[in-house]
Design a protein around this ligand. Structure first.
Ligand code: ZN
Length: 312
């Protein structure tokens, strides 16, 4: 079982203003900032990781906040929805909270017998709060305003939009071990039984749909989870055998990663559980310090001057 893809690891999106992003995710949604670091490919930009107490795989939403970034556009070839599980009975708490904080949100609706509410973050990123059919067992991060019986528990699903479901689905079923469980119109639900939570990928097929444009307020990539580097490299072989280009193993400090573009256009990553976010600061201080990878530590002063100030 452990050599399988274990659902979602993290999802990464692009934001505009760093402070606004921080305030929305930690204060309005009540997630924990588990790591404040920089984009390893562009150290003048933050990389924020939000999740549960530990930043457990399957709860981690990450952002590159680029000030003055232009707005992207959801469309085919990208992840177009991020679904968070919430406890049964907590939807009223959240819609009231969204009103209070002027969050743009829709009326409750149903997808595959699950009640969900669509909402957007300040950059226009599309998210959903979902009451799962089988209640989620994870404990969310609690804040002064958000009690345990309402706290967001982590990802329930991710939605991908593609022009043709088949090639993308083949990656999920033939390589990642997901299977098609439900279909409603042009929405296909793929689920892995390797894990109980963060186990769902929904694919929206839109044959004529315009391609999306990745920029502010859109998703950059979706990362799937494996136990360790040995399993990571097994999946690298499987992807190569199917004829796709994939990167070598990349050290992301908190996990090891591979990236490849699935045939529908979405950038996929496979990421390990090890070593996790407590590798460079204690659990009770996660997210409080600017953490830099070794190669940038000697430039800390310059980097701190370039990064926008963040009030936490
Ligand atoms: Zn990633």
């Amino acid at each position: 079982m452990e050599d399988r893809i274990q659902g979602l690891h993290h999802i990464t999106a692009i934001a505009g203003d760093a402070q606004r992003n921080y305030d929305f995710y930690t204060k309005v949604l009540g997630l924990r900032l588990v790591k404040k670091t920089v984009n390893f490919d562009d150290p003048g930009t933050y990389h924020f990781y939000y999740g549960d107490e530990q930043g457990a795989p399957g709860t981690i939403l990450t952002f590159f906040p680029w000030r003055n970034v232009r707005r992207g556009e959801n469309g085919a070839g990208m992840a177009t929805g991020i679904g968070y599980a919430i406890p049964a009975g907590s939807l009223g708490f959240w819609t009231k909270r969204f009103e209070e904080f002027n969050v743009s949100f829709g009326k409750p609706e149903k997808r595959f017998d699950e009640v969900l509410v669509n909402f957007t973050d300040p950059d226009g990123l599309q998210l959903q709060l979902i009451m799962p059919e089988n209640p989620d067992r994870r404990e969310g991060w609690k804040t002064a305003d958000i009690p345990a019986n309402a706290a967001i528990q982590g990802f329930h699903n991710v939605t991908l939009t593609v022009n043709n479901v088949k090639p993308t689905a083949a990656i999920l079923t033939d390589i990642f071990g997901y299977r098609l469980t439900k279909q409603e119109g042009n929405i296909f639900r793929y689920v892995t039984d390797a894990v109980k939570e963060a186990a769902i990928v929904d694919i929206v097929e839109t044959a004529e749909g315009k391609r999306g444009h990745v920029a502010g307020g859109t998703n950059h990539h979706v990362a799937f989870r494996v136990k360790d580097e040995a399993v990571l490299m097994q999946f690298r072989d499987k992807v190569v055998q199917k004829g796709y280009q994939i990167t070598p193993k990349i050290d992301r400090n908190y996990f090891f990663s591979l990236y490849f573009r699935e045939p529908g256009g979405v950038l996929f990553e496979i990421a390990t559980d090890n070593p996790g976010f407590a590798i460079d600061e204690p659990l009770n201080e996660l997210g409080q310090h600017l953490k830099l990878p070794g190669q940038y530590e000697s430039q800390r002063m310059e980097i701190e001057q370039v990064l926008p100030a963040l009030v936490q």
